[in-house]
Ligand binder design. Sequence first.
Ligand code: NAP
Length: 292
Amino acid sequence: MQLLDGKATSQQIKDELHVSVQSRKESGKKIPHLAAVLVGNDGGSLTYVNAKVKACEQIGFESSLIQYDDNVSEEELLAKIIELNNDDEVDGFIVQLPLPEHIDELKITMAIDPIKDVDGFHPENLGKMMLNLPAFLPATPAGILELIKRNNIDTSGKDCVVIGRSNIVGMPLSIMLSRNTNPGNCTVTLMHSRTKDLKQKVREADIIIAAIGRPGFVTEDMVKEGAVVIDVGTTRVVDESKKNGWALKGDVDFENVASKCSYITPVPGGVGPMTIASLMINTLKSMDLRNK
Ligand code: NAP
C-alpha cells in the first residue's frame, strides 16, 4: 500500500508556484491577487479560508479577506461581488460555502464573473470543463486529478465509483474522470443515497472515491484487493484526546481498508491540502485568462 500524501504534493505545487511568481515579479508582471469572502463564524469555513490566505502568503500571491456577519443581506453580498468583478486589482475571488439559509447560493455563484471564478463553480466554467475547453476547474476534483497524475496512477479503462453527487465534488469529478484526458478515460459510476446494491458495485471498482460526509462509510468488505481509494470526506467527530476536542474523520475506515489498497489518501493530509493547491493553480491561471 502506498499513501497518497496530499500534504507533501501540495507543498511541491506551492513551491513551483512560488518560483513562477518570483519570475513574474522579476519581469515586472502583475502578482496574482486572490480575494476570499467569508460570511459568518462557522469554525470549518474559517479554518478553510485562513488556510487559503496562508497558502497565498507562502507562494507570494496577494490576498484579501472580506468578512461579513451571519445576518448580511443577499443584496449587500451581491453588491460586493459586483465590486470584486469590476476591481482590476483582484484577479480571482471565492465566496466560501456554505452560506446562511437566507442567501441563495446559486444566485451568488451566478453573479461571479466566470473569468474571476477561481473556485470553478459558475455554470460557464462547469460547461467548459465538460467540453474540455480552457476553464477554471473546481478545486477539489482538480486536486484529486493532480494527486493521481503526480503519483503516476493509470486511470485509463479503469472502473471508478464516485460516491456522492454534490455540485462541488462528486458530480464534476465523475465528468472529469470520464473525459478523454490523462488522468481520465475511466468508466464512472456516480453513486448517491438512492443507489441500489451500492456495496456490491463499490466492491467491483478499481478506483473508489468517497465524498459523502459519513465517517467510516467505506468498510474493508467493500474494497477489492489492489483498489485505489480516495477519501474526500472531512467530518468533525468528538475526540477528547485532542486539544480542541475534535478530530477530522474521512468517509473511509482507513485502519481496516488501507492494507487492501494499492494507494489510499489519509484524512487529514490527503485531498484537503490538494484542494488548496488547486485553488492556487487556478489563481495563477487567472493571469493567463485575463492576459496579464
Ligand atoms: P454533500 O453536498 O454533503 O452531499 C453528500 C452526498 O453524499 C449527496 O450526494 C448524498 O446523496 C450522498 N450520500 C449521503 N449519504 C449517502 C449514503 N448513505 N449512500 C450513498 N450516498 C450518500 O457533499 P460534499 O459537499 O461533496 O461533501 C461531502 C464530504 O466531502 C463532506 O465530508 C465534506 O466536508 C467533504 N469535502 C471535503 C473537501 C476537501 O477539500 N477535503 C472539499 C469539499 C467537501 P443524495 O444526493 O442522494 O442526497
